[in-house]
Design a binder for this molecule. Structure first.
Ligand SMILES: [Cu+2]
Length: 230
């Protein structure tokens, strides 16, 4: 297991664990932010393509501040790729047979416009600060994260409160990169957003997430355990 939040010995702590074996290690998370983790066993790209990845969120020791205000809601989005033949690890490495983009494990997971079976969306009330923690677990491709009909109010590079950028339309996430993105919809008019990977192949094959801003938003959505919509 490769935890990008950890500073450890790659030959020891990140060594492969064979079937039937167990391994235990601990680390101090010294940097706040959002980080990818993934299976690091060979062939690593095949394990990642099979979905063995996720996000680690390290909260800042000092808590919230003017620079890092408490959000009204928070959501986690982890983007990855679906390959037609997950057995062909050479094709995966070459980005061949990439047929869909996954958000938290499913194409168009929160997009009822493109998938009529999608029953879930992200929700917020107009004027609320919505914080999105986004990971790019693609094999080779960057991801251009844009909130259609909106602007990222604040972007925290790698999710670190010290790395603050304002007013961005699109943030380009490198491979394995994670970012924290705040969006605040106008209070005085109804808006909805579609959070896309603006790379068209990714958007058209699954990387679209609908954020509905409505006065009767579910009060529990984006809070506590519900930062991940299941
Ligand atoms: Cu890695």
């Amino acid at each position: 297991m490769d935890f990008h939040a950890a500073q450890v010995d790659v030959l020891n702590e990140f060594a492969p664990v064979k079937p039937g074996e167990t391994k235990k290690f601990t680390f101090d998370a010294r940097y706040p932010g959002v980080f990818m983790y993934h299976c690091g066993s060979a062939p690593m790209h095949q394990h990642i393509a099979r979905g063995m990845y996720g996000i680690v969120i390290v909260d800042p020791k000092e808590g919230y501040s003017d620079k890092f205000p408490r959000p009204d809601r928070e959501y986690v989005l982890v983007q990855g790729q679906y390959f037609a033949n997950a057995d062909d690890h050479h094709a995966i490495m070459e980005d061949e047979g990439y047929t869909g983009s996954l958000i938290n494990g499913k194409m168009f997971n929160y997009d009822p416009v493109h998938d009529q079976n999608a029953s879930k969306v992200l929700e917020a009330k107009p004027g609320e600060r919505v914080r999105i923690h986004y990971v790019n677990a693609n094999i080779n491709r960057p991801a251009a994260i844009h909130p259609i009909a909106g602007i990222w109010d604040r972007v925290y590079l790698n999710g670190n409160p010290r790395n603050l950028v304002h007013g961005m339309a699109t943030y380009n996430l490198g491979v394995s990169e994670a970012v924290t993105l705040d969006i605040v919809s106008p209070k005085d008019r109804p808006t909805n957003n579609a959070i896309v990977d603006h790379s068209m192949k990714a958007a058209m094959s699954g990387a679209i997430t609908v954020l509905m801003n409505k006065p009767d938003a579910d009060p529990k959505a984006g809070k506590g355990d519900n930062i991940l919509i299941r």
